[in-house]
Design a protein around this ligand. Structure first.
Ligand code: NAI
Length: 303
């Protein structure tokens, strides 16, 4: 018996990169797959029905069942059509993988309102729209799994990605809320922060020798390496796994921490700004975080 036999999975942004490997791996485990992809550029411009249809053809050639959807996740009506595609084609929906994404990198002080909104719309609003459209079905069948793609850009930090970091950290809050609100219906929600060489990462600057060396290392991280965790999270093997944030980088899998108080200070009679400067901050400073970027924390080469 295959792990996802009888299950129907929607993978958004499945026309290429990590999402394509998710769709292929889900299908190989017996799932019927809605391959959703708008077919836009990395920055979210244009559309093309080709990428989704190509992945559907690949799945069918392997003997699997798949249907293409070229609606945008970034629109409520279109997101509902994505879910309807699953119901019309396969009669149910068991897993939503919120994977579609774009980048509009720019240093914060130069970022335009359009760049901010476009990225929030696809990642954060898009994840909400597709998840929310599937929620009534998950609720009534008393089962379902959400897999939401986040990023260490949000969890840790990165230059020039205020829009993307905010959206990806927003997805952490969304995923936890979905896990909490739907636990009583046995619906689970987890996040994956992937590291993989895709066209999205191809936009990383490679002007200096250091940047070029970093890029060469990133190229070794295969998109297909992310798929086993997504398949696991979609499957009944993960029936008791919810509200978690995982990471995958080549052959490493990470479990990320979640925010809890690190340290507290108390002062009878309350605080003044001066007392905070003199006592509270010195007491807490040892636990301050450096202004790290993702690459400072993931400082070793992919394994
Ligand atoms: P990718 O650019 O290869 O794939 C994203 C796909 O989403 C594209 O095929 C694109 O056409 C599609 N898409 C864009 N806007 C859409 C919309 N409105 N509706 C439907 N589809 C849309 O990128 P990659 O690397 O495969 O990214 C997959 C996910 O993983 C994204 O959420 C990304 O933010 C996340 N991620 C990737 C990392 C990496 O190292 N590649 C690192 C951290 C996060």
């Amino acid at each position: 018996m295959k792990l996802l036999e009888g299950k129907v999975v929607i993978v958004t942004g499945a026309g290429g990169g990590i999402g394509r490997d998710f769709a292929l791996a889900m299908s190989a485990e017996g799932a019927k797959v809605v391959v959703n992809d708008l077919g836009s550029s990395v920055s979210g411009e244009g559309k093309d029905t080709g990428p989704a249809q190509k992945v559907v053809a690949e799945i069918k050639a392997q003997g699997g069942a798949a249907v293409a959807s070229t609606d945008s996740v970034a629109d409520w009506e279109a997101a509902n059509r994505i879910v309807k595609t699953a119901l019309d084609a396969f009669g149910r929906i068991d897993c939503v993988v919120n994977n579609a994404g774009i980048l509009r990198d720019r240093f914060f002080f130069n970022m335009s309102v359009e760049e901010w909104k476009a990225v929030i719309d696809v990642h954060l609003n898009g994840s909400f729209y597709v998840a929310r459209a599937a929620a009534p079905y998950f609720k009534s069948q008393n089962s379902g799994s959400y897999v939401n793609m986040t990023s260490t850009s949000g969890l840790i930090g990165n230059f020039g990605q205020a829009n993307y970091a905010a959206a990806k950290l927003g997805i952490i809050g969304l995923s936890k809320s979905m896990a909490l609100d739907m636990a009583k219906y046995h619906v689970r929600s987890n996040c994956i922060a992937p590291f993989a060489w895709s066209r999205m990462i191809g936009t990383i600057p490679s002007d200096t020798p250091e940047q070029q060396a970093r890029l060469e290392k990133i190229k070794r991280m295969d998109t297909a390496k992310i798929a086993p965790l997504a398949v696991y999270l979609a499957s009944d093997l993960a029936r008791d796994v919810t509200g978690q944030i995982f990471g995958v980088r080549a052959n490493e899998i990470f479990l990320f921490s979640q925010n809890r108080p690190l340290r507290s200070v108390h002062r009878a009679g309350g605080w003044t700004p001066e007392a905070i400067a003199e006592q509270a901050i010195p007491a807490m400073r040892a636990q301050f975080y450096a202004l790290d970027r993702s690459q400072d924390v993931f400082s070793w080469d992919p394994i």
